[in-house]
Design a protein. Sequence first.
Length: 377
Amino acid sequence: MKTSVRIGKVMGIPIKLHISFLLVLVLFPIIFSRESLTGFADVESVPLRYALSLSLTLLLFLCVALHELGHSWVARRYGTTIRSITLIIFGGIAAMDDIPRDPDAELRISLAGPGVSLMIGVLCAIMYLILHNIAQASQTSVISDVSHLLWSLAVINIMLFAFNLIPAFPMDGGRVVRAWYAQHMPYLRATRKAAHIGKMIAIVMGVFAFAMVVFGFVESIWLLFIAFFIYIGASEEEKFTEASVTLEGIKVSDLMTREIAYVTDDTTILKLLQVMFGKKHLVYPVIDRFTREVVGMVAFTDIQSVPMDKHNVVLVRDVMATDIISISGGADAIDALKMMSIHKIGHLLVKNGGKVTGILSRTDLTRSIEVLGYGER
């Protein structure tokens, strides 16, 4: 199931809406319609109140998109490929192939997004002051409502600027901290220190939010979710960096399984299980019985849902994956790990010159990382 929908392209970068954005379109206008400081609770006309609230919601996520485009524009100057920008309920995500390990480059990329938010906030504040004075002089409600919309955008963007500079992954502030540490120590150690700071901030935030909820401030539950988001983000960034540093310089051909056992598409599940038990592998390329061409991949997870009494009836072709994802043996191992994460698969077929030369599994990669000890400790 697709979880995001592409809505356009800016600077050659696909812009996508995550399915959670549907919740935003319902939830945020309701929140803004009931809040006075950055919302429109004081607007008497109900249709106008919700129209302004919806407009603020859409403009807010336009600002988030511009924030991510700020990151992307600077990142591209350093040769980083931007696969897409996805707008989700908590903001936006720019999917970059790799962030440069050069501290100066990472610092500039990290500060670009908050810089855009701050610039938008300041511009909206200036426009608000101009329109507010005009509204007071003319006593025009429409101009007053528009000026308040600008005020809301100014406040929220400045808040986004401050929030994103919290020194914790996955926020931009966490990358700023890592870039600063990386000027004085190896990149992996800098990542670990920045991740540790992020986790500590998440724990303190989580304890504070929990206490607030216990004392009756139920709205603080959002802070609890944010704390969880920060902790997971810091952990994932640390794990990915450990993996990328450890696998640096290692090729797919160094880790792949070269002795390939094939199964034909008319093999029964019972026979396949016997092959798995004998060969001790959980993934097999599937070949056409007649052409001997690879037509799919079958893994143990593909057959787990088949009832026991059907094992002698159901064939491999009925459960195999036909969307074969392959990689070259000369590719970097870390690229294979990224490809598995993007496609949400646990194995890749390795090809050289159109010929199958091996299979690489996620287990091969994780075992290698464990054996190598994640580099320095």
